[in-house]
Design a binder for this molecule. Structure first.
Ligand SMILES: [Zn+2]
Length: 153
């Protein structure tokens, strides 16, 4: 087991991460495209995320934003601010999809679709991922490894 070397005078370390799901959770995860749920997602992107960015900037904290491709395509300006602030953008599905019922080819296609989105908006390919829906299919771990991710949260 590895050991964490903390800065002088520090006794604990905390690992925080952000799921920047916006509307994708309600669309892809829960199939709830009502105006109420879309409004929640929009509020998160347009109001919540700028507040988080200000908080992280105030405390000089760099985060990982696990962000579905749909969120990047739908809210490119705020995602650009996240990226430009030095936070890591990590893969979190395309539609925040549940990977368990969709089949290997579809799961792979959605990983590639998310990669294309990150490449288009940031010119990068994420090295980290968090399974959307916090679940795995029988193919997910193989696909994550084949895609070359360095870690999965
Ligand atoms: Zn999520």
């Amino acid at each position: 087991m590895g050991h964490l070397k903390l800065p002088e005078g520090r006794k604990i370390a905390v690992n925080l991460g952000v799921d920047f799901d916006a509307q994708s959770l309600w669309l892809g995860g829960f199939n709830r495209p009502s105006p109420s749920f879309m409004s929640r997602g929009e509020f998160g992107a347009e109001v919540g995320t700028p507040r988080l960015l200000a908080l992280f900037r105030k405390h000089d904290i760099r985060m990982t934003f696990f962000t579905p491709g749909h969120t990047v395509d739908t809210f490119p300006a705020i995602n650009r601010k996240v990226f430009d602030a030095g936070h890591e953008i990590a893969r979190h599905g395309y539609h925040h999809e549940n990977p368990t019922p969709i089949g290997r080819d579809t799961e792979r296609r959605l990983i590639d679709l998310a990669f294309a989105t990150y490449q288009k908006h940031f010119g990068t390919r994420p090295t980290g991922c968090r399974s959307p829906y916090w679940d795995y299919s029988e193919n997910t771990l193989d696909l994550i490894e084949e895609a070359g991710f360095l870690y999965d949260s």
